[in-house]
Design a binder for this molecule. Structure first.
Ligand SMILES: [Zn+2]
Length: 271
């Protein structure tokens, strides 16, 4: 699932390609993608609009439009982004939303797991000006060790992994990068955030910064100028590596369900 590093790289690669372009057509392939609205007014509000900028808000890709509207796209578990320049378009696994632009380019959102017959499954969505409370952004200069320490103190009962993944507290991190960050900080996922020492909070802050910077660097190399689906994250140290040796201590990487999410960590070197 795309988290902060993927969305950051999607936004920075799409920005020069989309800024200044106008939307000429919108195809909503599955009406459920525009959650709670019908496709017609959504489409009518987008067509003819000029794109002013493309930014990331937490785990959401936001396309800023000339009218002041903002198209928010949340990829959820399996959503992916494909950009095709002018000319023939390549194939996309399962398109759910297509924006055609005035230079004959297209931005296509795809979700292989999208099943219109299962409305209860949360799938990727697109909406205009969605209201979401997004917490501190880890790439924002305001995200200091002191700010993280204050968040940890305020959320007394939260295990640290839950704190990292709560979008209302910290915007952009999810299950996979939280595992990587906690491994980097040598802190176990269930450690109570408010009981961490100042030294642990400082290690956690350093790991957040380092893991995100390294991932963004890797993903820039893999994305090569335009998004064509989600790059494979083969640089993970613990996430999706159950039973394999820990790259730091050689211990066996454990798996457990934590708040209904698969969690990997090294019991030998994460305290
Ligand atoms: Zn280890």
């Amino acid at each position: 699932m795309a988290e902060l590093p993927e969305l950051e790289v999607y936004a920075e690669t799409l920005r020069p390609l989309l800024t200044g372009r106008s939307v000429t057509a919108v195809e909503v392939h599955h009406p459920r993608v525009v959650r709670g609205q019908s496709a017609e007014p959504f489409t009518a509000r987008l067509v003819g609009q000029r794109i002013k900028d493309v930014v990331r808000r937490g785990k959401t890709l936001a396309v800023l439009l000339g009218s002041g509207d903002r198209l928010d796209v949340h990829l959820m578990l399996a959503g992916e982004i494909y950009y095709f320049g002018p000319g023939p378009r390549g194939s996309v696994p399962q398109p759910v939303l297509t924006l055609s632009l005035d230079d004959s380019s297209a931005l296509i959102f795809s979700d292989e797991h999208f099943d219109p017959m299962k409305p209860r499954d949360p799938k990727m969505w697109a909406g205009l000006n969605r209201k979401e409370r997004i917490g501190l952004d880890p790439l924002d200069p305001a995200f200091t060790p002191d700010a993280l320490a204050a968040l940890c103190r305020r959320n007394k009962v939260l295990p640290v992994k839950a704190l990292l993944c709560d979008q209302r507290l910290i915007g952009g991190l999810g299950n996979a990068y939280a595992d990587e960050i906690l491994w980097g900080a040598r802190i176990r996922p269930r450690r109570a955030a408010s009981l961490m020492t100042a030294e642990e909070v400082s290690r956690l802050h350093a790991a957040i910064t380092a893991v995100l910077a390294a991932a963004i660097g890797h993903l820039r190399g893999l994305t090569k100028g335009a998004p064509a689906g989600e790059p494979r994250r083969e640089f993970f140290k613990v996430h999706h590596r159950s039973g394999k040796p820990c790259p730091r201590c050689g211990g066996k990487i454990a798996f457990e369900e934590f708040r209904e999410r698969p969690t990997n960590w090294c019991p030998a070197c994460q305290q």
